[in-house]
Structures are given as C-alpha cells and as structure tokens.
Design a protein around this ligand. Structure first.
Ligand code: HGY
Ligand code: MN
Ligand code: MN
Ligand code: MN
Length: 418
C-alpha cells in the first residue's frame, strides 16, 4: 500500500482516537469505566462508526458492541468467522490509544477490505469490549470471558469501587444478566481472534520498527493485602513498641519488588498500585492498610512460585512487626501463547510493508487471554513513544497507525480459516 494510503488511514484513525478521548468522566484526564454513562457514550460512537463502515451492529448482555459483516450470500462462508477486537474502557488518567486503537483498526480494515474487493470473503465480527482494565470492578476481561463462554457468574456479586454490584450496574445499563450466556460464541463459529494494540513497552521503538508480532501474553494475578496494626500517638509511642501497619506494608511492597527483580529472566514484574491508610492522620500511627498487588510473569509456574514466596514473606514480616496481615486473590489470568499460524500471518503482513517482523511477548494483559479459551489468538503490536502507556503521555504516530491498519488489511486478505 502506498505511503499516502497509510497516511490517510492513519489520519482517520487519529481523528477517531481523538473523538473517543473526549469521552471521559472528568475534564482534563481520561477516565472511562465499565457500564458508566461514558461507556454508553463511547459504545454509541463506536456503534455508529461500525454501522457507517457497513457492519450490522448489536450489543450483548455485558455491553460488548459487535459489528458483523457476512460474505454476500452468507451460507457456509459466514460460519467460522474471524473476530477482531479490543477494549474501549480505560485506566484512571489514561492514554488515548490503549484498547481504542484495536477497535478502530478493526473497523477501518474491514471497511477497506470491502472497498478493495467488493465483498467480505468470510464472516467477520469486530468487538468493542467494555471491561478489559478492571478499573471499576475487582475483575478484568469480564466481556471477553463472556464471549468465550467462560463468564463466572460469581462476578455478578462483586462490588465496584463506587459501591455498585455488577448485576445492578448491568441492569442500570439496560442489560439483563440472565442473558449473559447468549454472549458466548459456539466454538464452531470462531476461526480466530486477533487484536491490534499499542506495545505499551519500548522494544519496537528501540528496534526502529513500527509493528511487531506478539508471541504470548503474560500471566497475571491481582491480589489485595490487608495489614492490621495498632493506632497510636505519633509523638509518644517508642519506635520499638509500634505495630505500624504502614511500615509493615512498605516492607511487603519491597519484598514484592525483590521477588520480581529476582525473576527478571521470566520478565516478572510486581506493582503496588493502590493503597489505603487508616485512620489517615499525620500524627496517628497507621492501624489498617489495604493495598493491591499486581504480579506478572511470562510463565504461570514462576508467577505462582513467587506468590507462594510472597505469602511466606508476609507471614514473617507480620510476625516480626507483631501485626496481622493476609493476602486475598482478586483475579488471575493464565499466560496465553499466540497461535503460530496467526503470528506468521502478521509477520507476512509486516514483511509486505518492507518491515522486519520482530516477535515479542506482551507484559500487558489483553482480551485475547480470555478469548483464547474459544479459539486461536493473534496480536499485532504498534510502536508507542517511549513505551509509555497507562499515562496521558501515551502516543503512537499517524504513520504507525496507518501501517497497523494496512497490516491488518493484509492479514485479513491472506487469512485462511481452514
Ligand atoms: O493491566 C493490563 O495489563 C491491561 O492493560 N489491562
Ligand atoms: Mn489494553
Ligand atoms: Mn491497559
Ligand atoms: Mn487488552
């Protein structure tokens, strides 16, 4: 595809990215959480784009917007469709490209394939998931798990950060939790799932490549740690007599960091992203601290081994500091390899643009980890400036977005569903 065609697609993608980035719960920073009015607004905009691209738009019981295009005449060719998706929810104070680029690339690529060939050679669905980040409810991939037929109905009782049960939030959003089962594809229907996503890391930029082929998605677990100490006067309790819940928590956070550093060969990372401290006064020794643990590694075994060691460290620190501490699992997602044939499809599309098809693992989680229970998955990474993500400075260029859409077009044109 000529460079100016890349640019035209890239510019169109950028306009759509900017339109979506305007839809936020707050002025000045991007926050778009699952089943909120902002999600509704973004879903309506994405649905409009899908319909303008000639797709038939529906929405399932978890709010996933689905754009469907069948080959002329439908029939056998409509079955075993290619699924293309990503998410339209965001983290707190997010960048504009995480998730949204994958949905927009899917819509533009399908439209361009039909423009070029007059028809869609096989059935295709573009999916816009509403909950990948898990920023509102203590669970992630809720929508993609339902698509894969693995939605855990226990999740309906989980409460959001704003105190709403998931089933109540679904009803307020106009959905019927009793129909979640209808969201699942029959395995026969899904030939493959592919996702275009910014890399959220520095590898492609350092290699001077716009695009890369994902080999696997890291395993991740999210836990909550609670530490109970004893409130006391900050001025009168001698240090040796304190049962300081925050000091103990800090030691646990450093133990997590040490475990991750010790497993760098498996790309292990550990993060404490959120912490609450009670009673929360300058001159009171913290009595109760609750914080999150996000632990990831390329292999499940190493992650589980590190988790076991962290539990031991927590017990030893609690004992030494005479506090009570425990860790509860919130969510766990297994590592997911990307299908070699789909990897080859993206490598061929990148080579078709004269690029070098770098293969790299994803440290970030993605919806493909859930959809991978239904069908083979593939991912195409797009270079992002400085590898920055989950940050308003997140950026990828018009040219690189154009290349990504062009590569997805090439992938679709050569996709073999057998
Ligand atoms: O946390 C993640 O890896 C993804 O962005 N939800
Ligand atoms: Mn994402
Ligand atoms: Mn993300
Ligand atoms: Mn994702």
């Amino acid at each position: 595809m000529a460079d100016d065609a890349f640019l035209a697609l890239g510019r169109e993608a950028e306009r759509m990215i900017r339109d979506l980035a305007q839809i936020s719960a707050e002025e000045g920073r991007l926050i778009r959480l699952y089943l909120t009015p902002e999600h509704r607004h973004a879903a309506d905009l994405v649905g409009r784009w899908m319909s303008e691209a000639g797709l038939d738009v529906t929405e399932d019981a978890l709010g996933t917007v689905r754009g469907r295009l069948d080959p002329a005449g439908g029939g056998q060719n409509a079955a075993r469709r290619l699924l293309i998706g990503s998410h339209i929810d965001t983290v707190i104070d997010a960048g504009a490209y995480d998730g949204t680029l994958g949905v927009i690339a899917g819509i533009l690529a399908v439209r361009e394939v039909v423009r070029r060939h007059g028809r869609m050679p096989f059935g295709i669905d573009v999916l816009a998931f509403g909950d990948e980040e898990g920023s509102r409810f203590p669970a992630t991939l809720l929508c993609s798990e339902a698509v894969a037929g693995h939605f855990d109905s226990a999740a309906l009782a989980v409460e959001s950060v704003d105190g709403v049960r998931l089933d109540d939030a679904l009803r307020r959003y106009g959905k019927d939790p009793a129909r979640i089962g209808e969201a699942a594809y029959d395995p026969e229907e899904a030939a493959a799932y592919v996702e275009v996503h910014i890399e959220q890391g520095p590898v492609l930029e350092q290699a001077g490549e716009a695009l890369g082929v994902v080999t696997a998605i890291a395993s991740q677990s999210r836990h909550t740690v609670t530490v109970i100490g004893e409130a006391g006067h900050a001025g009168t309790v001698p240090m040796a007599l304190r049962r300081d819940a925050l000091a103990a928590s800090a030691e646990i956070a450093l133990a997590l960091e040490g475990l991750a550093l010790g497993n760098a060969d498996d790309f292990m990372v550990g993060t404490v992203g959120k912490m609450s401290v009670l009673p929360g006064a300058t001159n009171v020794i913290p009595a109760r601290v609750v914080f999150t643990v996000d632990l990831r590694s390329q292999t499940d075994a190493r992650r589980l081994e590190a988790l076991a060691r962290l539990r031991d460290e927590i017990a030893a620190i609690a004992d030494r500091r005479r506090v009570t501490a425990w860790m509860e699992r919130t969510h766990e997602v297994a590592a997911k390899p990307c299908d070699p044939t789909l990897q080859a499809g993206f490598a061929g599309a990148i080579a078709g643009q004269g690029g070098r098809a770098i293969r790299l693992p994803s440290g970030a989680g993605h919806d493909g980890q859930a959809v991978g229970a239904l069908c083979p998955i593939g991912m195409l990474f797009v270079r992002c400036r400085g590898g920055i993500s989950h940050n308003p400075a997140e950026f990828t260029s018009v040219e690189d977005m154009g290349r990504a859409v062009a590569a997805l077009i090439g992938f679709i044109e050569n996709f073999d569903r057998s």
